[in-house]
Each structure stands twice: as C-alpha cells, then as structure tokens.
Write a protein that binds this ligand. Structure first.
Ligand SMILES: Cc1cc2nc3c(=O)[nH]c(=O)nc-3n(C[C@H](O)[C@H](O)[C@H](O)COP(=O)(O)OP(=O)(O)OC[C@H]3O[C@@H](n4cnc5c(N)ncnc54)[C@H](O)[C@@H]3O)c2cc1C
Length: 409
C-alpha cells in the first residue's frame, strides 16, 4: 500500500505514525514545502525570544518514511490517483492525506512587500526576523490573537519597544468576551506594551532603502517602526485542490473518518473543516491538539483500522505575563440567539469567569486567573451532555470536580 502525505506538520506526522504502527511494511511518502526537518510550530516564538535552540523544536519521523522537502503539491488528480508537484514530480498513491495546514492571512494595507515586514508561521520566517533584529528598535505587531501575542512577547524579551495594533476593540476578540479582553489588554499595557485598538494599518512607509520605517494607520496616526509582524489569522491551504474533485468550503470538507469527497483521499489538521462540538456547525479549529488528533485518526482509517473523530473544540490555555487565561468553546456567542451567560468577577483578585449555556448544555467558558477545573469545564463542553448540577456551581471555587459528573457522585 502506498500512502502519500501532503504536508510535513503535526497532522502529517501523526498520520505517518499511525500508519506505520498499523502497517509496518507500507510505503509512506511525505511531501513538505519547508526546508527544515519537522518541528513543533507553536514553539517558533520561543526562537524569537531566544529561549530555545532550533534543534529543540525538532520532531522525529517514524522509520522508513520518505520525506521530500522543499517541493509542494500543485495539483491532485483523484481519478488517476496522482499528485503533481512544483518541481515536476508525479507522485502516485493508493491513499492520500491532505495535511497542508494553513497560511497567514494577508492584509489590505499598501506597501506590505517592504523589507522587515514578516509573517510568523515558519522557522524560516523567524530566522529572517532574528537576522534583522540587530538593526531593529521598534516593532509593530498587527493582530491581537495568539500569534500576535507570541510575536509581541518575543520582541519585548529581545528588548524592543512594541506596539500591538488590533482592529477590534480588545485582544483575542475571536476567542473571548470584552471583559476578558479588557483584562488581557490591561495586563499587556502594565508590562510595557503599547496597545492600540479599533485601528489598522492603511500603508507602510519606506526608509529609502526598501525597508519599513513606519506605518500610517486608518485614523491617520503615523507610527515609527523598523520591524512589523502580521498576525491576522490563517486560511487553510487548499488552492492546489481546484478541479481535483475534493470538496472545499473554507477548509477541506471531511467526515468523521477524516475522508474527503474524493475516494481514498483524507484530510486532517488546519486544512480540514469538520464539526465544531460547541458551535454545532462545520468549522475550522486551527489548533495543534486537533491537528494531531485528526492526523492520527486519518492515518488509522487510511490503513483500514476504523477510528472516529467526534468533532473539534476551540480551546487554549495561555499565560500572559502573570495572567492565566483558559478558554474553551463558544465564549462570545451572537447576541439574541438563545445563549445564556453566567459570570463572576472579582476585580480585587483580578479573577473572572464566564460561562455560556445553550439549553441545558455548557457550550463555552473563559477563566481568568482561576483556571482550576478548566479541564472539567472542557469535558462538559466536549461531551455535549446536560450540566449535571446547578449551573451556578460551575462558577464556585469550592465545587468538587467529581460532583460535576453524575457517575462519580
Ligand atoms: C507562532 C504560532 C504559535 C502557535 N501557538 C499555538 C498554541 O499555543 N496552541 C495551539 O493549539 N496551536 C498553536 N498554533 C497553531 C498550530 O501550530 C497549528 O494548529 C498546527 O501546526 C497545525 O498543524 P498542521 O499539520 O495541520 O499544519 P501545519 O503545521 O501548517 O503544517 C502543514 C505543512 O504543510 C506544508 N504545505 C503547505 N502547502 C503544501 C503543499 N501544497 N505541498 C506540500 N506541503 C505543503 C506547510 O509548509 C507546512 O509545513 C500556533 C501557530 C503559530 C504559527
């Protein structure tokens, strides 16, 4: 059996591991666009900080996997069961996995091609940032999401002055509510980060030698900067699938075995669009644990070992200086849509908890500085079962997690 994996990220790696464990003799080929050996992508910001060496990020491959790097798939012929690559290869497969991940979203500003304006998705991009660092003093970070945070933190650790520019009214607006966002913003500012909200870059300005020297914002403000990072979210890499017969919405549509609409073609990771357990609809949750899980399940099904993926859940736990934040599910539901919200805030202690319910189910949670029982909240959201206790109990500090599950009472 010939397995072909497009993409050398965690979804591809987990698939390769699962295939190798189920089929020790199978031929596995992995095609990857990047020059580096496989690595832990979420940790590239630690390279920017200078707190790890590049080799510490490396992930090994299972035995006898043929890795073709620095080449990329440009077309899939699902009828002929072949993949054409940029460098003219034609790779045949019996089972194909699309695990091409996501690319950063571009922005509409003028002059984004100036030197020292970066995305932060790959090791190569972080290397470029580090090379330019000795000549940099003021960093501009576009976007108040995870990547924006990590870039800003890395620059601060390198001694740069940092401005974070957020189009919405508060950081992490895709994941949290305004109160949580306000607490995060205050923490960033308390630690020396200049945070500007409700604005975007209209155009970057050049220093005369092709390098960025500033940015004009949509409200006319002009900021100095000699390095900029764009962290405005990601989009699944699906362009090469046009005309392939593989159905794509925002991501590649998959069923619970991670099968696509084309025979013997599977998809997993940031590129895949599955079902979101909290939102009750198809969604792309571009996070590491889901990519890893989906890759493993796709790999098993590629070998004929049945495995089912129940659906994905947006979630994150992050420490922002000394503020601990954990979020899960749908924290910021649309207004007037039947969701009910419970919250508790203690400004003196800097704690806050917000719980979102739909009918008898918990569908979202955000906890600031009181992240105990976050795992319990997560499993309640993921299990999609009715909350087995008075809802207010989930706000309390004293509640015993065992009491939240009927079977453990
Ligand atoms: C700075 C940063 C911080 C992050 N922090 C977190 C975090 O704290 N928690 C969390 O859960 N997630 C985090 N993430 C997201 C996480 O890294 C991704 O969800 C995860 O890497 C997705 O894995 P993947 O294998 O689906 O895709 P990817 O890791 O994107 O791997 C896909 C690979 O396929 C390659 N490729 C693309 N197109 C082609 C093609 N046509 N042919 C061949 N190869 C191709 C790509 O170059 C890439 O190497 C972070 C991401 C970044 C960038």
């Amino acid at each position: 059996m010939r397995h072909l994996i497009l993409g050398s990220g965690i979804a591809g790696l987990q698939a390769a591991r699962a295939i190798r464990s189920a089929q020790p003799e199978a031929a596995i080929t992995m095609l990857g666009r990047e020059p580096d050996p496989l690595y832990a992508r979420p940790m590239i910001s630690h390279l920017l900080e200078g707190s790890v060496q590049p080799s510490q990020l490396e992930l090994g491959l299972p035995p006898e996997v043929r890795l073709i790097s620095q080449d990329e798939a440009v077309a899939v012929d699902a009828a002929d069961k072949t993949v054409a690559t940029q460098q003219g290869r034609k790779l045949a497969y019996d089972r194909l996995l699309i695990a091409t991940g996501a690319d950063p979203r571009g922005i509409g500003a003028q002059n984004t091609d100036l030197e020292n304006i970066h995305f932060m998705r790959t090791k190569v991009q972080v290397r470029d940032m580090l090379e330019a660092l000795p000549g940099s003093r003021r960093a501009l970070v576009l976007g108040g999401g995870l990547v924006g945070f990590k870039a800003a933190y890395g620059f601060l650790r390198q001694g740069l002055e940092v401005t974070m520019l957020i189009r919405s009214e508060y950081p992490l607006s895709q994941q949290v509510d305004p109160i949580t966002g306000g607490l995060v913003r205050a923490k960033l500012q308390e630690n020396g980060l200049d945070v500007l909200v409700g604005r975007d870059v209209a155009r970057f300005e050049e220093d005369g030698s092709g390098r960025v020297r500033g940015a004009e914002l949509t409200d006319g403000t002009v900021l100095d900067c000699d390095v900029a990072v764009v962290g405005k979210g990601v989009l699944p890499v699906t362009g090469f699938l046009q005309g392939s017969g593989v159905d794509v919405d925002l991501g590649v549509l998959v069923d619970e075995e991670m099968r696509t609409s084309a025979r013997d073609v599977f998809a997993a990771g940031d590129v895949a669009e599955h079902f979101d357990l909290a939102r009750d609809e198809r969604w792309v949750n571009a996070i590491w644990p889901e990519a890893a899980d989906q890759g493993r399940i796709a790999g098993l099904n590629m070998t004929g070992v049945p495995a089912r993926y129940p659906g994905s859940l947006s979630r994150n736990t992050i420490r922002i200086f000394d503020l601990d934040l954990t979020t899960c599910g749908l924290v910021n539901p649309p207004a007037d849509s039947g969701y009910e919200i419970l919250r508790e805030e203690d400004p003196g202690r800097g704690t806050y908890r917000r719980l979102v319910f739909l009918g008898d189910r918990l569908v979202g949670a955000a906890c600031v500085n009181r992240i105990e029982h976050a795992g319990v909240l997560r499993s309640l959201i993921g299990s999609r079962t009715p909350v087995p206790c008075p809802r207010e109990d989930l706000l309390r500090e004293s509640v015993h997690p065992g009491g939240l599950f009927p079977f453990s009472r």
